[in-house]
Design a protein around this ligand. Structure first.
Ligand code: ADP
Ligand code: MG
Length: 238
């Protein structure tokens, strides 16, 4: 688990400023949801946090250490995307352990971590199967499992459930809630599904056009939105 601090984060692509000064703290073990309309900068912010893209201005620290210039592999962050690709010819277990194998982790250690992660996600009886023998929800769990085995300090999720149908989404939401309780890792979760944000998050960050509109508990945002934008976004079903 780790604490993440962002201060004055700006990001421009050419002449276009997409993030206009983001100040935010994510506490140890906290589950924070980023919500906001399409194009407001949610994915860009996640990419900056995990180091896939460079910050234009501002500072980012993990556990008090400035990480602006720390390469992605050294940040201890794992990201789960909306579209995930499993290797069809590899077993579930090998899919989950693949990144560790590339990193030269000893075989026994890989096995132990894969089994542990599989238990958390309740796919431990499927480790020898091939991805095609799994349901959509099980495959999604394998994709999440690949992130868990890396034992990151921080998990980032970018709309991980938005490609799933409604009933699967409910199932996976419950799965992510269990994962949060069992791992206790700091998590940042981007979603445009307000129910996901309201049910999963300790804290919601409402973003709009590259700025933070409001930060607060789900209940606080729901009951005391600071402006019409937040009220419209959190209050009305989408
Ligand atoms: P969200 O995830 O909230 O939908 P994004 O972070 O993907 O939004 O995008 C925010 C804005 O930044 C959009 O206007 C998008 O077109 C722009 N953008 C994102 N990535 C790039 C890039 N690599 N080059 C230029 N513009 C980009
Ligand atoms: Mg996005």
């Amino acid at each position: 688990m780790a604490k993440l601090e962002l201060s004055g984060i700006r990001k421009s692509f050419g002449a276009t400023e997409v993030l206009k000064g983001i100040d935010l703290t994510v506490e140890h073990g906290e589950f924070v949801a980023f919500v906001g309309p399409s194009g407001c900068g949610k994915s860009t912010l996640l990419r900056l946090i995990c180091g896939l893209d460079e910050i234009t201005a501002g500072q980012m620290a993990i556990d008090g250490e400035l990480v602006n210039d720390v390469p992605p592999a050294k940040r201890g962050i794992a990201m789960v995307f909306q579209s995930y690709a499993l290797y069809p010819h590899m077993s579930v277990g090998d899919n989950m352990g693949y990144a560790l194998r590339l990193a030269g982790t000893p075989r026994e250690e890989i096995r132990a971590r894969v089994e542990k992660a599989a238990k958390v996600l309740r796919i431990d009886s499927y480790l020898d199967r091939k991805p095609r023998q799994l349901s959509g929800g099980q495959r999604q769990r394998v994709a999440i499992g690949r992130a868990i085995v890396r034992e990151p300090r921080i998990f980032l999720f970018d709309e991980p459930l938005s490609n799933l149908d409604a009933s699967l989404r409910v199932e996976m939401r419950i799965e992510i809630a269990r994962m949060k309780d069992r791992l206790g890792t700091t998590m940042v979760y981007v979603t445009h599904d307000q129910i996901e944000a309201m049910t999963l998050a300790d804290k919601i960050v409402v973003l709009n056009a590259g700025r933070v509109e409001q930060v607060g508990s789900p209940l606080a945002l729901y009951n005391t939105p600071q402006n019409r934008f937040v009220a419209g976004f959190i209050g009305s079903p989408r």
